[in-house]
Design a protein around this ligand. Sequence first.
Ligand SMILES: NC(=O)c1ccc[n+]([C@@H]2O[C@H](COP(=O)([O-])OP(=O)(O)OC[C@H]3O[C@@H](n4cnc5c(N)ncnc54)[C@H](O)[C@@H]3O)[C@@H](O)[C@H]2O)c1
Length: 352
Amino acid sequence: MKPVQIAVIGTGSISSFHLASYKNNPNANIYAVCDLNEERAKQAAEKYGAAKVYTDYRELLADPVIEAVSICTWNNTHAEISIAALEAGKHVLVEKPLCRTVEEALRVQEAVKASGKLLQVGFVRRYDSNAQLLRAMADRGEFGEIYFAKASTIRRLGNPGGWFADIERSGGGPLIDIGVHVIDLCWYMMGRPKPVSVSANTYRKLGNRSNVRHLSFYQAADYDANKNTVEDMANALIRFENGASLLVDVSFTLHAKSNEGAVKLYGEKGGFEIDPETVIVTEQNDTILNVYPQTDNKGFHFDGAFQNEINHFLDCVSNGTTPLSPVEDGVEIMKILIAIYESAAKGAEVRL
Ligand SMILES: NC(=O)c1ccc[n+]([C@@H]2O[C@H](COP(=O)([O-])OP(=O)(O)OC[C@H]3O[C@@H](n4cnc5c(N)ncnc54)[C@H](O)[C@@H]3O)[C@@H](O)[C@H]2O)c1
């Protein structure tokens, strides 16, 4: 099989996971990279052996050698670059979130349909092997109907600054950046029920807390603490058509005693936790059992999930199959995220 000719657009932090995973897959050739920051693009090209370096994604997309692209840029460019790539006849793997608004998401969906090319949304949590194990068990009905889920991603200090904190470029704060992962993960595990209403709150109380000393935290490639126009924290209750509900809380900063990641789902026949570690809760012989599956990793394995995501994208490109995280799911998740922001702004429940 001839390797798929790949280009990676945006060579900041997350691109290294895409590039390393493509590099590991013999079915891919990293042909080109692109970044507004030429030096950054050149460094990535050198490290991963890309033949071409671009600073303008339009020029990159005009290159007929390229068959598929990973889009690892700021959120405000996801829709624009995805649409241009599809129109140029390239397959697309776009980082989460799909984009910033429902309107943008629908335009991307239209472009997928019109182009006949595939678009995979980078909902990397779905591709973790523990998540796949649990999804397979849910498919077999082992948990019965999943009617309640709780998802928490609390950073006590972790506003990455730069574009992440600039609502124009990010579309929002912790909700759209890290909340998107756990909302999608729960929704996927619940069998993708139709959302019908959202009641939510967002807060801007603490700022980015760039004053805090003695505790380091993740910062964007172009860290800048001067601008912060996003929420510090968000919480939401999402109701689904089948009566199921999802409770979420996420923060970039909060007076919490530690960071916290919890993803828990509850069904009629059993429950399970994904974060902080995989555990299945069930009942046998009138006895409650907490079962710890013996798998390679107790919790989410970042590198492995990225490798699976990239392998899956390459398989879909080669075989013409629909990705596990198609554009339709990106659109649905955007509807939920935007409804959360709308509900918080109105101070009232929003119907979808
Ligand atoms: N899946 C995950 O777990 C995960 C984790 C982190 C980030 N992300 C997503 O990946 C994307 C990038 O995040 P990051 O942390 O790598 O940010 P980053 O700031 O480290 O890198 C982004 C890069 O994109 C470049 N860029 C921006 N607009 C561009 C354009 N029009 N053309 C070419 N280059 C452009 C910037 O110069 C920068 O080098 C975001 O959408 C983010 O939500 C996903």
